[in-house]
Design a protein around this ligand. Structure first.
Ligand code: NAD
Ligand code: UDX
Length: 463
């Protein structure tokens, strides 16, 4: 079977970039990306391609090349389902905020809604692909819904988790380490898997397209994120020890990373990992392990989150302690709000939690981020309030000029590793700050010797 028409439900950080790249690389396949969020779809359709809702280096060029030719964005979910022979589910699967599994399990309500909608609308056989990150054995539930509520047509369920990282999504999609496709071992299952493999084979060498059973594929995604996050928590744990002992965490990372068994990537000590995936997926893994009664397994992985929370908290408390144990009424400038550079995504960004702690100490926070919109920052404050924090929008001021954000500040905190921060006129920034002027480098990106020569008092993670 050759795929001719793809529908993707969910036009977010995964659906948008992945499907744009498929459309770009497969001109013979029509790709419809649909979403309930009309505002988001309008932004994807914005005449000025620089206004698409997801900022990713290189993405606007890909969208510009394919949009209107074989790539379409729409809110008409039913029509796109009906037309498609392959449907990707790429909706959000956040941590549950209610009921059993609250704060741990993945909330699958959006997945179930998609499955019910596909079942209600489909009038011909479809291949349904789980692109969202899902707990192991979710495909079983999706299959049940499709088969019990459908119109008698046949469905094949595949798992095809996405491994792209934000900020490098386009490169990751054009040149992935691997693509993973999980499916049934039945002949129909194998045929469906082949159909998806052939889509990717348009630009990815076949030896990088791995096939497994559905359960291995689902679990591999949670496991990959757990291992990656664990590396960050491991180096962050060592960073605290470095600060006490005079070791330098960058030197330690370099020394261990040259061991080919360890490898050099993902060893950057930081103020803590953020993003919509790591915490959610580990909590989900921990929850699954607990539901199977695997207490030691669950406790082991939970420690990765505990360490990360500790790292964010100790960054904030170090600021308070260093500023003579009070930040009340003091202006603290945040350079960066996104959870990492080259994205406008702020979900679970460490900056949010550091701001929470400092606002509770009555600091005034001035934020500058090159790509995050003002309203997104305020929404993050609202989100904290829904989680029981007493903070609100009032303590935060958002700037579009970094020099103004830092003017009259007592301290600067680097929360995101944006490259542009390194090229600032730090003498000018120093001249306009309150003295003594402090820099807390939560990303280890600035030249601390140079800053100290200017007169700053510098505190970097792991040094
Ligand atoms: P997102 O919130 O950016 O996008 C999800 C979109 O789905 C939203 O626009 C929402 O309106 C839409 N949606 C929800 N229910 C719908 C429905 N019934 N019909 C139509 N549209 C619907 O989320 P995301 O970051 O793109 O993540 C999607 C999934 O991919 C999650 O499971 C996530 O864990 C996984 N994932 C994310 C990343 C990442 O870097 N963000 C990477 C790999 C995997
Ligand atoms: C992650 C996975 O990398 C990706 O494969 C998966 O598909 C989705 O989740 P993402 O969250 O977009 O991607 O970005 P990633 O580069 O993994 O960074 C996550 C967080 O860890 C960021 O806050 C980043 O700053 C932090 N990090 C990463 C570190 O603090 N140190 C590092 O060495 C690497």
């Amino acid at each position: 079977m050759k795929v001719k028409n793809i529908c993707c439900i969910g036009a977010g950080y995964v659906g948008g970039p992945t499907m744009s790249v498929i459309a770009y690389k497969c001109p013979d396949i029509k790709v419809n990306i649909v979403d309930l969020n009309a505002e988001r779809i309008a932004a994807w359709n914005d005449e000025d391609v620089n206004n698409i809702p997801v900022y990713e280096p290189g993405l606007s060029d890909i969208v510009a090349a394919a949009r209107g030719k074989n790539l379409f964005f729409s809110t008409d979910v039913e029509k796109a389902i009906e037309e498609a022979d392959m449907i990707f589910i790429s909706v959000n699967t956040p941590t549950k905020t209610y009921g059993v599994g609250k704060g741990m399990a993945a909330d699958l309500k959006y997945i179930e809604l998609c499955a019910r909608q596909i079942a209600a609308v489909a009038k011909s056989d479809k291949i349904v692909v789980e692109k969202s990150t899902l707990p192991v054995r979710t495909a079983e539930a999706v299959k049940n819904i499709l088969e019990n509520t459908g119109n008698g047509v046949k469905f094949q369920i595949l798992s095809n988790p996405e491994f792209l990282a934000e900020g490098t999504a386009v490169d990751d999609l054009l040149n992935p380490d691997r693509v993973l496709v999980g499916g049934d071992t039945t002949p129909e299952g194998q045929e469906a898997m082949n159909a998806l493999v052939e889509v990717y084979a348009n630009w990815i060498p076949k030896d990088r397209i791995l096939t497994t059973n559905v359960w291995s594929s689902e679990l591999s995604k949670l496991t990959a994120n757990a291992f990656l996050a664990q590396r960050v928590s491991s180096i962050n744990a060592i960073s605290e020890l470095c600060e006490r002992t005079g070791a330098d965490v960058n030197e330690v990372a370099r020394a261990i990373g040259t061991d080919s068994r360890i490898g050099p990537k993902f060893l950057k000590a930081s103020v803590g990992f953020g993003g919509s995936c790591f915490q959610k997926d580990i909590l989900n893994l921990v929850y699954i392990a607990r539901t199977y009664g695997l207490t030691e397994v669950a406790d082991y992985w939970e420690q990765v989150i505990i360490m990360n929370d500790h790292q964010k908290r100790r960054f904030a408390s170090n600021i308070v302690k260093t500023l003579y144990n009070t930040v009340s009424g003091k202006k603290i400038a945040f350079l960066g709000w996104a959870f990492k550079k080259d994205t406008n995504d702020t979900r679970e960004s460490a900056a949010i939690y550091v701001a929470d702690d400092l606002l509770n100490e009555q600091a005034g926070i001035a934020v500058y981020d090159p790509k995050v919109e003002e309203e997104a920052i305020y929404r993050d404050m609202d989100y904290l309030a829904t989680r029981g924090s007493s903070v609100n929008r009032k303590g935060i001021t958002v700037y579009t000029d970094p020099y103004e954000a830092c003017r009259d500040a007592h301290a600067i905190a680097i929360l995101t590793e944006w490259d542009e921060f390194k090229g600032y006129d730090w003498q000018r920034i120093y001249d306009n700050m309150k003295k003594p002027a402090f820099v807390f480098d939560g990303r280890n990106i600035l030249d601390s010797d140079q800053l100290q020569k200017i007169g700053f008092i510098v505190s970097s993670i792991g040094k």
